[in-house]
Design a protein around this ligand. Structure first.
Ligand SMILES: Cc1ncc(COP(=O)(O)O)c(C=O)c1O
Length: 460
């Protein structure tokens, strides 16, 4: 039987009338069609006209195992029939228990305790709340501040937004909870002159800036530093050599918790279950979401070291925080089925084996004058576009608006590639394909980018 929304005209009419899309200028769709994606298969998705797109962003850094995996859908169906819902408030269910054990086994060091949420923002919010309550329990109630990096995105709830380093998306919601402090990010392409030719020196400087910020704020007032293994926002900034070792040292010196926000970088994005493992550092808390279920159902959470959990194991101590759907049985069952696929298909080995090919294929684009910098690791890359490659001059706001919103976003999609054209820092294109991708998909990405970026340069 046909649904009442079968025709494109009906879908468009109803979407315009009733749907509010996230971080979206709704006015952009008063004269243009809303793209409607109806199904997916492997690394491809299809719209309601039957057109195929390579999902070069894994939806939104989510679909690690690709689309259309019936074994995950079956696990969800089985779990919904057996026990669709029960809370983790004073109760447990086998899927949450099994998933917590499995994640603790995969996580680096003694990150043995799992607190589930339903999203990345909730995970970040929970980590800040945990850091604050932990220090209150430890007799250091004045520790509440959090450090994070310029332009970094850590989510949209009020706490997560206070940690986020993007002024434009914070301003409408101010005043935000106090205590968010910014430190430099690790964008080597835009490094200050005195370390512009020295990657290790740049990393040392950026890490030392964390120490300077702690000393400036007063070490007794700082609870945690939130860092992504590779910073997404701004276009994939990997850590310079030695950066995280120095950050760990600083955190230990001043008793500040190191929170590794791995909402994007966990579950294979960098060829490891956790991004911190790739760069060899031990976080006190890892926040995760997105790839934990490959998006077949929502789930997030944080992994916490034994020592941080310890004060909560005594007497009446309780972490006074929770959400109804955290660790939802269907999502937990889906996450387990997702991890089964990781193991069965050795997806981490696929990423590690193919990542050099991904980089080399993208680097072919360096022959285009608009391509300034190509950076990233694993299956996670940003391409920074510039007006002048020699001077690294970036685009004016008006040019950026014309280039990204006026042309690139639509042109890339029309050419069959889902990726992200972003100007929250300097203008970048971001890529994070499903972990099942290989050389043929990298070639397809390169071909489409070459075509569209060549045209973009012509139009500037
Ligand atoms: C590093 C990081 N932290 C937190 C979040 C927020 O996650 P969510 O959108 O699931 O709330 C995101 C989302 O992209 C993220 O990239």
């Amino acid at each position: 039987m046909n649904s009442p929304l079968d025709s494109n005209a009906e879908l468009q009419h109803t979407a315009r009338r009733n749907l509010w899309m996230h971080f979206t200028r709704m006015s952009a769709y008063s004269d243009n069609d809303v793209p409607v994606i109806v199904r997916g298969s492997g690394p491809y998705v299809f719209d309601n006209h039957g057109r195929r797109y390579l999902d070069g962003l894994s939806g939104l850094f989510v679909s690690q195992v690709g689309h259309g995996r019936t074994e995950i859908a079956d696990a969800a169906r089985r779990q919904a029939s057996e026990l669709a819902y029960f809370p983790l408030w004073s109760y447990a269910h086998p899927q949450a228990i099994e998933l917590a054990e499995r994640l603790a086994d995969l996580a680096p060091g003694d990150l043995n305790r799992v607190f589930f949420t339903t999203s990345g923002s909730e995970a970040v919010e929970s980590a800040w709340k945990l850091a604050k309550q932990y220090y209150k329990l430890c007799g250091q109630p004045e520790r509440y501040k959090v450090l994070s990096r310029d332009i970094a995105y850590h989510g949209t709830s009020m706490g997560a937004l206070a940690i986020t380093g993007l002024a434009d998306i914070k301003y409408p919601f101010e005043p935000l909870p106090p205590g968010g402090v910014r430190v430099p990010n690790t964008n080597f392409y835009r490094a200050p002159d005195f370390v512009a030719d020295d990657l290790t020196g740049f990393g040392r400087w950026a890490a030392d800036e964390i120490e300077r910020a702690i000393l400036r704020e007063g070490p007794e007032s700082v609870a945690a530093v939130f860092l992504e293994p590779v910073q997404n926002s701004g276009g994939c900034f990997p850590p310079p050599p030695g950066y995280f070792a120095r950050v760990r040292e600083i955190c230990d010196t001043y008793g500040v918790l190191l929170v590794s926000d791995e909402v994007i970088c966990a579950f294979g994005r960098l060829g490891h279950y956790f991004g911190s493992a790739r760069y060899g550092y031990q976080p006190d808390i890892i926040t995760f979401a997105k790839g934990a279920t490959s998006g077949y159902s929502p789930l997030g959470g944080m992994l916490v070291r034994d020592a941080i959990m310890e004060p909560f194991t005594r007497g009446a101590a309780t972490f006074l925080h929770g959400v109804t759907f955290a660790g939802h049985p269907v999502s937990a069952a889906v996450a387990l089925a997702n991890l089964d696929i990781f193991e069965k298909e050795d997806l981490l080995a696929n990423v590690r084996g193919c990542e050099a090919g991904f980089r080399a294929t993208l680097e072919k684009l360096y022959d285009l004058p608009i391509v300034g910098d190509i950076r990233g690791d694993g299956y996670f890359y940003g391409i920074e576009m510039v007006k002048d490659r020699d001077t690294r001059e970036t685009f004016s706001e008006e040019e950026s608006e014309r280039l990204l919103r006026g042309f690139l976003s639509t042109a890339l999609f029309d050419a069959g590639l889902v990726c992200r054209a972003d100007d929250r820092g300097d203008p970048v294109i971001q890529l994070a394909p499903p972990l099942i991708c290989g050389q043929e998909h990298f070639d397809e990405i390169e071909r489409i980018l070459r075509e569209v970026l060549t045209e973009a340069w012509r139009r500037i």
